[in-house]
Write a protein that binds this ligand. Sequence first.
Ligand SMILES: [Zn+2]
Length: 317
Amino acid sequence: MYYLGVDLGGMSIKAGLVNEAYEIVATKTIPTGRGKSSKEVLKDMAMLCKDVLTEANLTEADIDSIGIGSPGIASPEDGIILSSSNLNFDHVNVRAEIQKYLSCDVYVENDANCAALGEAIAGAAKGEKNVVVVTLGTGVGGGIINDGKIYRGAFCGAGEVGHQVIVKDGITCGCGRKGCWEQYASATALIRQAQEVTKEHINSKIVSFAGGKIENITAKNVFDAAQAGDHIAAEVLKKYFQYVAMGLTNLINILEPSMIVLGGGMSAQGDYLVKPIKEFVQAEMYGGLSLKTKIRAAELGNPAGIIGAALLGTTIK
Ligand SMILES: [Zn+2]
């Protein structure tokens, strides 16, 4: 048996065929296409799914279900995307459209939740039932896995871990609040923090690793400079890790997961990211209790979204 997973984005649609060992065995990508109606986009998607099956010499009969990860809010049981500003989708019945072309079970889910499910079933948190996946990227995204299933909340919008306020009257966030965790713990925030500090410390290795230009600093430059012994970089990272740990400790106090998985581009830093964050979380633990929640770097990277989408049906049926 195989599972089809689709990552529906504003720029591209990626479809992947996943086997029972949770590996992607065939994949295809097409542009989403600007200005297309939802019906047109979903027809393209159905054709893409057929192409992937053909490439793998399989038919609809070989697949268990199709799962689709999309930005915005989705109602997985009904197969409906309730709202997605990136795609201009408003209460679109994805299941009904896809089933015009393919006679399979169809499920939809928020893309960050799909990535979390992928890591929980097939990645860093394989075997864990209560997991929070936190993605430190352009923003801070996440997904909560409760007893092996995505926790959606009452209205399908749960898991927005990046929008917990950690600084009163802090930096204005895209969501409209001030001082959201995302403004301090994202990769974007780390870059901004490094840029502010290096204005005063232009000789820091962070700047030389960025080719001498503060505006070109990347998150990796900060890690590389710290590992090369640059104490300014070490100071920037220390503050950044404290911000990350603050939000993670909030999540642990409320949800008590057995594992937190840190995803996003920075997860490639492995122990350089995870070890110091763990220490700061331990220091903030409720009543000084020892930290039981494991903290790990994500393992799957980008394919997590497709794998999680593909396996959606197995957690819903
Ligand atoms: Zn926010």
